[in-house]
Ligand binder design. Structure first.
Ligand code: PBG
Length: 326
Protein backbone atom coordinates (compact mmCIF):
# COMPACT_ATOMS: atom_id res chain seq x y z
CA UNK A 1 0.00 0.00 0.00
CA UNK A 2 1.47 3.32 -1.01
CA UNK A 3 0.90 6.85 0.25
CA UNK A 4 0.20 9.74 -2.08
CA UNK A 5 2.11 12.99 -2.14
CA UNK A 6 0.13 16.17 -2.59
CA UNK A 7 1.63 16.75 -6.03
CA UNK A 8 1.30 13.13 -7.19
CA UNK A 9 -2.49 13.04 -7.22
CA UNK A 10 -4.84 13.82 -10.04
CA UNK A 11 -6.00 17.36 -10.73
CA UNK A 12 -9.14 18.56 -8.99
CA UNK A 13 -11.07 18.47 -12.24
CA UNK A 14 -10.30 14.80 -12.81
CA UNK A 15 -11.50 14.06 -9.26
CA UNK A 16 -14.93 15.03 -10.52
CA UNK A 17 -15.06 12.02 -12.82
CA UNK A 18 -18.05 9.86 -11.82
CA UNK A 19 -16.90 6.71 -10.09
CA UNK A 20 -18.90 3.50 -10.39
CA UNK A 21 -18.83 1.23 -7.37
CA UNK A 22 -19.66 -2.42 -7.95
CA UNK A 23 -21.14 -4.75 -5.38
CA UNK A 24 -23.30 -7.81 -4.97
CA UNK A 25 -26.97 -6.99 -4.64
CA UNK A 26 -27.70 -8.67 -1.28
CA UNK A 27 -29.04 -6.47 1.50
CA UNK A 28 -25.75 -6.80 3.36
CA UNK A 29 -23.62 -6.01 0.31
CA UNK A 30 -25.73 -2.94 -0.43
CA UNK A 31 -25.67 -1.75 3.18
CA UNK A 32 -21.89 -1.98 3.33
CA UNK A 33 -21.49 -0.33 -0.07
CA UNK A 34 -23.75 2.55 0.94
CA UNK A 35 -21.60 2.96 4.05
CA UNK A 36 -18.47 3.06 1.87
CA UNK A 37 -20.04 5.64 -0.45
CA UNK A 38 -21.05 7.82 2.50
CA UNK A 39 -17.46 7.67 3.83
CA UNK A 40 -16.01 8.41 0.37
CA UNK A 41 -18.43 11.33 -0.01
CA UNK A 42 -17.11 12.80 3.25
CA UNK A 43 -13.57 12.66 1.90
CA UNK A 44 -14.37 13.62 -1.71
CA UNK A 45 -17.48 15.86 -1.71
CA UNK A 46 -16.85 16.89 -5.32
CA UNK A 47 -16.90 13.37 -6.72
CA UNK A 48 -19.99 11.56 -7.91
CA UNK A 49 -20.24 7.93 -6.81
CA UNK A 50 -22.72 5.53 -8.41
CA UNK A 51 -23.57 2.07 -7.16
CA UNK A 52 -23.93 -0.82 -9.61
CA UNK A 53 -25.06 -4.24 -8.43
CA UNK A 54 -23.66 -7.39 -10.02
CA UNK A 55 -24.87 -10.97 -9.63
CA UNK A 56 -22.15 -13.45 -8.71
CA UNK A 57 -21.95 -17.21 -8.97
CA UNK A 58 -22.61 -17.33 -5.22
CA UNK A 59 -25.88 -15.43 -5.62
CA UNK A 60 -27.12 -17.83 -8.28
CA UNK A 61 -25.98 -21.10 -6.72
CA UNK A 62 -28.59 -22.55 -4.40
CA UNK A 63 -26.58 -25.47 -3.09
CA UNK A 64 -25.26 -25.37 0.45
CA UNK A 65 -22.16 -23.19 0.49
CA UNK A 66 -20.05 -25.96 2.00
CA UNK A 67 -21.13 -28.13 -0.96
CA UNK A 68 -20.76 -25.37 -3.50
CA UNK A 69 -17.30 -24.24 -2.43
CA UNK A 70 -15.43 -27.10 -4.11
CA UNK A 71 -12.29 -25.17 -4.82
CA UNK A 72 -14.21 -22.36 -6.44
CA UNK A 73 -12.17 -19.50 -5.06
CA UNK A 74 -13.97 -16.57 -6.60
CA UNK A 75 -17.43 -17.82 -5.64
CA UNK A 76 -18.58 -14.41 -4.40
CA UNK A 77 -16.32 -12.12 -6.42
CA UNK A 78 -15.58 -13.53 -9.90
CA UNK A 79 -18.13 -11.55 -11.89
CA UNK A 80 -17.34 -8.38 -9.97
CA UNK A 81 -13.63 -8.69 -10.74
CA UNK A 82 -14.45 -9.22 -14.41
CA UNK A 83 -16.50 -6.01 -14.40
CA UNK A 84 -13.57 -4.21 -12.78
CA UNK A 85 -11.07 -5.51 -15.34
CA UNK A 86 -13.42 -4.50 -18.16
CA UNK A 87 -13.79 -0.97 -16.63
CA UNK A 88 -17.55 -1.40 -16.27
CA UNK A 89 -16.96 -0.45 -12.62
CA UNK A 90 -14.08 1.44 -10.98
CA UNK A 91 -14.10 0.26 -7.37
CA UNK A 92 -15.43 -3.03 -6.04
CA UNK A 93 -16.60 -3.38 -2.44
CA UNK A 94 -16.22 -6.85 -0.92
CA UNK A 95 -16.46 -8.45 2.48
CA UNK A 96 -12.76 -9.13 3.01
CA UNK A 97 -13.44 -12.67 4.20
CA UNK A 98 -15.07 -13.53 0.86
CA UNK A 99 -12.11 -12.23 -1.14
CA UNK A 100 -9.49 -14.80 -2.19
CA UNK A 101 -6.02 -14.09 -0.77
CA UNK A 102 -4.63 -13.34 -4.23
CA UNK A 103 -6.06 -10.80 -6.67
CA UNK A 104 -6.08 -11.45 -10.42
CA UNK A 105 -3.36 -9.82 -12.53
CA UNK A 106 -4.24 -6.12 -12.92
CA UNK A 107 -6.29 -5.78 -9.74
CA UNK A 108 -5.34 -4.89 -6.17
CA UNK A 109 -6.86 -4.22 -2.78
CA UNK A 110 -6.26 -0.49 -2.47
CA UNK A 111 -8.11 0.21 0.76
CA UNK A 112 -9.26 -1.63 3.89
CA UNK A 113 -11.60 0.56 5.97
CA UNK A 114 -11.88 0.25 9.74
CA UNK A 115 -13.13 -3.13 10.91
CA UNK A 116 -16.52 -3.25 12.61
CA UNK A 117 -16.36 -6.36 14.83
CA UNK A 118 -14.59 -9.60 13.96
CA UNK A 119 -16.64 -11.90 16.19
CA UNK A 120 -19.34 -14.44 15.53
CA UNK A 121 -22.63 -14.08 17.37
CA UNK A 122 -25.46 -16.32 18.44
CA UNK A 123 -29.16 -15.65 18.02
CA UNK A 124 -31.34 -18.11 19.89
CA UNK A 125 -34.94 -18.98 20.60
CA UNK A 126 -36.48 -17.88 23.89
CA UNK A 127 -34.45 -19.28 26.80
CA UNK A 128 -31.67 -20.39 24.42
CA UNK A 129 -29.86 -17.12 24.08
CA UNK A 130 -26.25 -18.24 24.62
CA UNK A 131 -24.11 -21.27 23.79
CA UNK A 132 -24.05 -22.06 27.51
CA UNK A 133 -27.86 -22.11 27.64
CA UNK A 134 -28.22 -24.70 24.87
CA UNK A 135 -29.11 -28.17 26.20
CA UNK A 136 -27.52 -31.33 24.74
CA UNK A 137 -29.01 -32.09 21.34
CA UNK A 138 -29.93 -28.47 20.63
CA UNK A 139 -29.92 -27.72 16.90
CA UNK A 140 -27.63 -24.91 15.83
CA UNK A 141 -27.62 -23.56 12.26
CA UNK A 142 -24.64 -22.44 10.18
CA UNK A 143 -23.26 -23.25 6.74
CA UNK A 144 -19.66 -22.34 7.50
CA UNK A 145 -17.27 -25.30 7.80
CA UNK A 146 -15.21 -23.24 10.25
CA UNK A 147 -18.14 -22.61 12.58
CA UNK A 148 -19.28 -26.23 12.29
CA UNK A 149 -15.86 -27.67 13.14
CA UNK A 150 -15.12 -25.34 16.06
CA UNK A 151 -18.65 -25.71 17.48
CA UNK A 152 -18.36 -29.50 17.29
CA UNK A 153 -15.02 -29.27 19.09
CA UNK A 154 -16.45 -27.05 21.84
CA UNK A 155 -19.84 -28.76 22.22
CA UNK A 156 -19.84 -32.25 20.64
CA UNK A 157 -23.33 -32.75 22.15
CA UNK A 158 -24.96 -30.12 19.90
CA UNK A 159 -26.51 -30.94 16.55
CA UNK A 160 -24.87 -28.64 14.00
CA UNK A 161 -27.22 -28.21 11.04
CA UNK A 162 -26.69 -26.66 7.63
CA UNK A 163 -28.19 -23.19 7.18
CA UNK A 164 -27.41 -20.97 4.25
CA UNK A 165 -28.95 -17.96 2.59
CA UNK A 166 -28.61 -14.26 3.14
CA UNK A 167 -28.68 -12.78 6.62
CA UNK A 168 -32.43 -11.98 6.57
CA UNK A 169 -33.45 -15.46 5.50
CA UNK A 170 -31.19 -17.06 8.10
CA UNK A 171 -32.78 -14.98 10.85
CA UNK A 172 -36.21 -15.86 9.46
CA UNK A 173 -35.31 -19.58 9.59
CA UNK A 174 -34.91 -19.31 13.36
CA UNK A 175 -38.63 -18.54 13.66
CA UNK A 176 -39.43 -21.98 12.22
CA UNK A 177 -39.07 -25.40 13.90
CA UNK A 178 -35.72 -26.50 12.49
CA UNK A 179 -33.22 -24.56 14.60
CA UNK A 180 -32.83 -23.64 18.25
CA UNK A 181 -30.08 -21.12 17.57
CA UNK A 182 -28.04 -19.78 14.66
CA UNK A 183 -24.53 -18.36 14.34
CA UNK A 184 -23.72 -15.34 12.16
CA UNK A 185 -21.01 -12.72 11.84
CA UNK A 186 -21.56 -9.73 14.14
CA UNK A 187 -20.48 -7.33 11.41
CA UNK A 188 -23.24 -8.35 9.02
CA UNK A 189 -25.93 -7.81 11.64
CA UNK A 190 -24.46 -4.50 12.76
CA UNK A 191 -24.26 -3.22 9.18
CA UNK A 192 -27.88 -4.23 8.58
CA UNK A 193 -28.98 -2.42 11.76
CA UNK A 194 -29.88 -5.72 13.45
CA UNK A 195 -27.52 -5.22 16.39
CA UNK A 196 -30.46 -5.55 18.78
CA UNK A 197 -31.11 -9.09 17.50
CA UNK A 198 -27.72 -10.29 18.76
CA UNK A 199 -28.08 -12.48 21.85
CA UNK A 200 -24.43 -13.41 22.50
CA UNK A 201 -21.06 -12.34 21.13
CA UNK A 202 -19.28 -15.69 21.05
CA UNK A 203 -15.83 -15.38 22.62
CA UNK A 204 -12.99 -15.82 20.11
CA UNK A 205 -11.49 -18.52 22.35
CA UNK A 206 -14.61 -20.59 21.62
CA UNK A 207 -15.11 -19.69 17.97
CA UNK A 208 -12.14 -18.02 16.34
CA UNK A 209 -13.44 -15.78 13.50
CA UNK A 210 -12.63 -16.23 9.82
CA UNK A 211 -9.58 -14.38 8.49
CA UNK A 212 -10.72 -10.85 7.58
CA UNK A 213 -14.18 -11.22 9.11
CA UNK A 214 -15.84 -7.90 9.85
CA UNK A 215 -13.63 -5.93 7.48
CA UNK A 216 -14.26 -4.65 3.96
CA UNK A 217 -11.93 -4.46 0.97
CA UNK A 218 -12.00 -1.90 -1.82
CA UNK A 219 -10.53 -3.41 -4.95
CA UNK A 220 -9.38 -1.35 -7.94
CA UNK A 221 -7.46 -1.71 -11.19
CA UNK A 222 -3.73 -1.45 -10.44
CA UNK A 223 -3.31 1.31 -13.07
CA UNK A 224 -6.31 3.43 -12.04
CA UNK A 225 -4.50 6.02 -9.91
CA UNK A 226 -7.59 8.14 -9.41
CA UNK A 227 -9.74 5.34 -7.97
CA UNK A 228 -6.82 4.14 -5.85
CA UNK A 229 -6.38 7.59 -4.35
CA UNK A 230 -10.11 7.99 -3.71
CA UNK A 231 -10.34 4.57 -2.04
CA UNK A 232 -7.17 4.99 0.01
CA UNK A 233 -8.68 8.00 1.80
CA UNK A 234 -10.77 5.60 3.92
CA UNK A 235 -7.99 3.08 4.53
CA UNK A 236 -7.38 2.04 8.14
CA UNK A 237 -3.80 1.08 8.90
CA UNK A 238 -4.50 -1.02 12.01
CA UNK A 239 -7.28 -3.00 10.31
CA UNK A 240 -4.98 -3.56 7.34
CA UNK A 241 -2.10 -4.82 9.50
CA UNK A 242 -4.43 -7.16 11.41
CA UNK A 243 -6.16 -8.57 8.35
CA UNK A 244 -2.94 -8.89 6.35
CA UNK A 245 -1.56 -11.08 9.16
CA UNK A 246 -4.76 -13.17 9.19
CA UNK A 247 -4.88 -13.57 5.43
CA UNK A 248 -1.17 -14.37 5.06
CA UNK A 249 -1.71 -17.12 7.61
CA UNK A 250 -4.58 -18.48 5.50
CA UNK A 251 -2.55 -18.18 2.30
CA UNK A 252 0.44 -19.88 3.91
CA UNK A 253 -1.68 -22.86 4.87
CA UNK A 254 -2.81 -23.21 1.25
CA UNK A 255 -6.28 -24.16 2.46
CA UNK A 256 -8.40 -21.37 0.93
CA UNK A 257 -11.97 -21.93 2.07
CA UNK A 258 -11.54 -25.71 1.89
CA UNK A 259 -10.66 -26.30 5.53
CA UNK A 260 -11.88 -24.99 8.89
CA UNK A 261 -9.47 -22.11 9.49
CA UNK A 262 -9.82 -19.27 11.98
CA UNK A 263 -7.49 -16.34 12.47
CA UNK A 264 -7.65 -13.18 14.53
CA UNK A 265 -5.01 -10.52 15.05
CA UNK A 266 -5.14 -7.73 17.60
CA UNK A 267 -2.76 -4.84 18.20
CA UNK A 268 -2.08 -3.72 21.77
CA UNK A 269 0.73 -1.52 23.02
CA UNK A 270 2.41 -1.58 19.64
CA UNK A 271 2.48 -5.39 19.46
CA UNK A 272 0.45 -7.47 17.03
CA UNK A 273 -0.74 -10.81 18.36
CA UNK A 274 -2.04 -13.29 15.79
CA UNK A 275 -3.95 -16.40 16.78
CA UNK A 276 -4.64 -19.14 14.26
CA UNK A 277 -6.69 -22.35 14.42
CA UNK A 278 -7.16 -25.18 12.01
CA UNK A 279 -9.53 -28.04 12.64
CA UNK A 280 -10.76 -31.28 11.18
CA UNK A 281 -14.25 -31.04 9.68
CA UNK A 282 -15.70 -33.23 12.45
CA UNK A 283 -14.17 -31.07 15.18
CA UNK A 284 -12.26 -33.93 16.81
CA UNK A 285 -8.95 -32.12 16.23
CA UNK A 286 -8.17 -28.42 16.45
CA UNK A 287 -4.59 -27.15 16.26
CA UNK A 288 -4.10 -23.71 17.82
CA UNK A 289 -1.07 -21.43 17.76
CA UNK A 290 -0.17 -17.79 18.33
CA UNK A 291 2.64 -15.48 17.34
CA UNK A 292 3.43 -11.88 18.19
CA UNK A 293 5.61 -9.13 16.83
CA UNK A 294 5.81 -5.70 15.23
CA UNK A 295 2.66 -4.78 13.25
CA UNK A 296 4.96 -3.71 10.41
CA UNK A 297 5.93 -7.36 10.08
CA UNK A 298 2.26 -8.41 9.78
CA UNK A 299 2.71 -10.36 6.54
CA UNK A 300 5.76 -12.25 7.81
CA UNK A 301 4.03 -13.03 11.11
CA UNK A 302 1.12 -14.59 9.24
CA UNK A 303 3.41 -16.62 7.01
CA UNK A 304 5.48 -17.73 10.01
CA UNK A 305 2.40 -18.86 11.93
CA UNK A 306 1.30 -20.93 8.94
CA UNK A 307 4.73 -22.57 8.85
CA UNK A 308 4.55 -23.31 12.57
CA UNK A 309 1.11 -24.90 12.11
CA UNK A 310 2.25 -27.00 9.16
CA UNK A 311 5.15 -28.21 11.34
CA UNK A 312 2.55 -29.12 13.99
CA UNK A 313 0.59 -31.34 11.60
CA UNK A 314 -1.83 -28.97 9.82
CA UNK A 315 -1.01 -30.51 6.42
CA UNK A 316 -2.92 -33.78 6.86
CA UNK A 317 -5.94 -31.89 8.27
CA UNK A 318 -6.06 -29.67 5.17
CA UNK A 319 -5.61 -32.64 2.83
CA UNK A 320 -8.40 -34.57 4.58
CA UNK A 321 -10.80 -31.59 4.48
CA UNK A 322 -10.08 -30.99 0.79
CA UNK A 323 -10.62 -34.67 -0.02
CA UNK A 324 -13.94 -34.71 1.85
CA UNK A 325 -15.27 -31.48 0.31
CA UNK A 326 -14.41 -32.29 -3.30
N1 PBG B 1 -20.21 -15.24 3.13
C1 PBG B 1 -21.22 -14.54 3.82
C2 PBG B 1 -20.74 -13.36 4.57
N2 PBG B 1 -19.71 -12.61 4.13
C3 PBG B 1 -19.47 -11.63 5.06
C4 PBG B 1 -20.40 -11.78 6.07
C5 PBG B 1 -20.52 -10.96 7.29
C6 PBG B 1 -19.82 -9.65 7.31
C7 PBG B 1 -18.33 -9.73 7.46
O1 PBG B 1 -17.75 -10.73 7.90
O2 PBG B 1 -17.70 -8.72 7.14
C8 PBG B 1 -21.22 -12.84 5.76
C9 PBG B 1 -22.36 -13.35 6.53
C10 PBG B 1 -22.01 -14.14 7.77
O3 PBG B 1 -20.95 -14.77 7.83
O4 PBG B 1 -22.83 -14.16 8.69
Amino acid sequence: MTGFGSDAGPTSSSRKRAITIGTRGSALALAQTRWVVARLKEEWPETEFRIQTIQTHGDKDRRSLSQAVKGDKGFWVGEIEQALLASRIDIAVHSLKDLPTEQPEGLEVSSVPKRVDARDVLIGKEGLKSLGALPPGARIGTSSIRRKAFLRAFRPDLEVKDLRGNVDSRIAALAGDEYDAIILAAAGLIRLDFRNRIDEFVAPDVLLPAPGQGALALETRSDDDLSIELAYAIHDRATDDRTVAEREFLAGLGAGCMAPVGALANIKGGTLTLEGWIGSLDGTTVIKATIEGDPEECADLGAQLAEDMLAQGAGPLIAAAKAELS
